[in-house]
Write a protein that binds this ligand. Structure first.
Ligand code: ZN
Length: 179
């Protein structure tokens, strides 16, 4: 019996488990998501599970590879002026003329550590939203930082690869965002 392509795609059951550094999926280059898959109910359910997992984690960003799904998808949300955003198949252009700044970040996949990395102040992003509509926008501030961290996850890059400095993330630094 023939199967539709999306019926061949399986997602982990909720609650999603966040995998940790050392797991090979965190090092893979994730695959693009087809429009058929975006429109499928298993994928839409998976997005809901990712959003729930983001909220439960206390983080501000979560990429699909962090829950062992090697697809080019991430979600982000922060009370620091970043509304809930679902980002699928992003293309990121770093706007180097606007400079870089140091950012101290934690990663949900690297427990207990924080790293200082250099991030671009401004990026241009094109992506599909959860309805499959094309979005084109410039991001600055905290939204740009989260997007750069999550975009790295889609390419198998972790903060340990791009950091200036890594330290223990102790309770003196509770404000360090987790992504
Ligand atoms: Zn991370």
């Amino acid at each position: 019996m023939p199967l539709c392509a999306h019926e061949l795609t399986h997602y982990p059951e909720a609650p999603l488990r966040i995998i940790k550094i050392g797991h090979p999926t965190l090092r893979a280059v994730a695959q693009e998501v087809s429009m058929d898959e975006i429109m499928s109910s298993p994928f839409q359910n998976f997005l809901e599970d990712m959003i729930d997992t983001l909220h439960q984690s206390g983080g501000v960003g979560l990429a699909a590879p962090q829950v062992d799904v090697s697809k080019r998808v991430f979600v982000m949300e922060s009370g620091r002026n970043v509304p809930l955003t679902v980002v699928i198949n992003p293309k990121v252009e770093y706007l180097a003329q606007h400079g870089k700044k140091s950012s101290t970040e934690g990663c949900l996949s690297i427990p207990g550590k924080r790293a200082t990395v250099q991030r671009y102040n401004r990026i241009h992003m094109t992506y599909l939203d959860r309805n499959g509509d094309q979005i084109s926008e410039e991001a600055t501030g905290f939204k740009a930082i989260i997007a750069q961290h999550e975009y790295d996850h889609l390419n198998g890059v972790l903060i340990v690869d791009v950091m200036d400095l890594m330290e223990e993330n102790n309770s003196d630094y509770v404000s360090v965002p987790l992504l």
